[in-house]
Design a protein around this ligand. Structure first.
Ligand code: DMJ
Length: 458
């Protein structure tokens, strides 16, 4: 063979090789293409599986206990947590008949005239938020009347020397308790109380919740961070660890969302100042990945290298604020945390790549962030990511009569709980991610931290 022939042969082999790579890449891409319609239908079917379990074994109570096939009422008497938290999702997923029947049941049976101490934060985000968003969807004035009654009963919670709300309030006697609370509980109220103020034309709801948010912000450290625990009577921090995790998380979320929902200039300033400190002190580059860890609020020093299922809402907030670069990188880290054991743990040490707390109570945050990122980038990568989450979630958490949280993501042992945010948030964000629907206008509709969409009608 002469040199010319040798060269042609090499060229031919190389071309075939390149062609094979292109074809196999194309094949891989087609294989990865996610069937949105089929997934949206699957989400609806799984929602119904859990909803029917609740109806059969826990109807009229707060939560289903999916393994013992019984129920749980948070405070001994029912406040219809699951029906109220689920109502707007029932409408959104197109189960109109079921939604109308549930709405009727709520308006005929829900009473807040109960001698029980409730946790102001949980009741506000789940019940007040759920009633307001269902009212906006249906125009049913009975829902607004219930929200007004609830808001009025909760108002004395703010009567502390600082204006920061106590943790608990008795719905009948108005007595309060729980002096030590946290930024999430003092600062995640304005979306709901503010909306109630606008819809009832009673500014007191806005003013009290706004003051609580501002009082929290005003107690930030000289480097702009808040701590984990604060005393509402003294206004002093009792735990100075700072992060985007449990007990602080949605405080930051509401600073941004109140700018969008209410055009509140103070919130804009507070958000802009806070995000600088967040990015400076929490952001942590580890082996090429971006994580958000913990830092001491006064010194800014790293305390622990932990991220977790609750922190995983933060890419959504970053995306909503316009910082897509950090949002994408942090979501990639969340994906690694999830895929390590095929379900994310409550707390994960990203430095050691180890589970710190292994529970998974069916949390929605990582799905929420996937939805926002898909919404803002249109990148199919997030559909594939969402499909991975959903497949694992069905595989490990589906039980005979509903969905069960996990005691441990490593062993996958199930726990006998199915919190109402499964319906309010987890299924809703899965559905919105895959739904063929028209996109929601994020400049007019804001999801509260329990995924109840509230519309700026004012
Ligand atoms: C929900 O009640 C809310 O999303 C809250 O902000 C955090 N915890 C749960 C879901 O994980």
């Amino acid at each position: 063979m002469n040199n010319f022939m040798k060269l042609s042969k090499i060229k031919f082999v190389v071309s075939i090789f390149l062609l094979l790579i292109i074809v196999s890449n194309l094949f891989a891409q087609t294989k990865q293409k996610v069937d949105k319609k089929q997934l949206a239908n699957q989400v609806k079917a799984e929602f119904l599986h859990a909803w029917n379990g609740y109806k059969k074994y826990a109807w009229g109570h707060d939560d289903l206990k999916p393994l013992s096939k019984s129920y749980k009422d948070w405070y001994g008497e029912t406040l219809l947590m699951t029906p109220v938290d689920s109502l707007d999702t029932l409408y959104l997923l197109g189960f109109k008949q079921e939604a109308d029947a549930t709405r009727k049941y709520i308006t005929e049976n829900l009473s807040f005239d109960k001698d029980v101490y409730v946790q102001n934060f949980e009741i506000t985000i789940r019940l007040l938020g759920g009633l307001l968003s269902a009212y906006q969807m249906t125009g049913d004035k009975k829902l607004l009347a219930l929200a007004d009654d609830l808001g009025t009963r909760l108002l004395p919670v703010f009567d502390s020397p600082t204006g920061l709300p106590y943790k608990y309030i008795n719905l009948k006697t108005s007595k309060t308790k729980g002096e030590v609370t946290n930024p999430a509980e003092t600062g995640t109220l304005l979306i709901e109380f503010g909306t109630l103020a606008k819809l009832t034309k009673k500014p007191v709801f806005y003013d009290k919740a706004k003051r609580a948010l501002v009082e929290t912000y005003n107690r930030r450290s000289s480097i702009g961070l808040v701590g984990t625990n604060i005393n509402v009577e003294t206004g002093k921090w009792t735990n100075t660890d700072s992060h985007v995790s449990a007990e602080i998380d949605s405080y930051y979320e509401y600073l941004l969302k109140c700018v969008i929902l209410f055009d509140d200039a103070d919130c804009r300033k507070m958000w802009q100042e806070s995000i600088k400190a967040i990015n400076k002190y929490y952001a942590d580059e580890v082996r090429g990945g971006l994580w958000y860890g913990h830092a001491d609020m006064n010194t800014g020093k790293r305390t622990v290298t932990e991220y977790g299922a609750l922190d995983a809402f933060f890419p959504a907030v970053l995306a909503l604020s316009g910082d897509l670069d950090r949002a994408k990188r942090l979501q990639d880290s969340g994906f690694k945390m999830w895929t390590k054991h095929g379900i994310e743990p409550e707390v994960f040490d990203y430095q050691k790549q180890e589970v710190v707390h292994g529970g998974y109570p069916l949390r929605p945050e990582i799905v929420e962030s996937t939805y926002y990122l898909y919404r803002y980038t249109g990148d199919e990568k997030y559909l594939a990511m969402g499909k991975t989450f959903f497949d694992d979630f069905v595989k490990h958490c589906r039980s005979e009569v509903g969905y069960a949280g996990l005691k441990n993501v490593v062993t996958k042992e199930k726990a006998d709980n199915m919190q109402s945010f499964l319906f309010a948030e987890t299924f809703k964000y899965y559905y919105l991610l895959f739904a063929p629907s028209k996109t929601l206008n994020f400049k007019k509709i804001v999801f509260n931290t329990e995924a109840h969409p509230l519309k700026k009608t004012w």
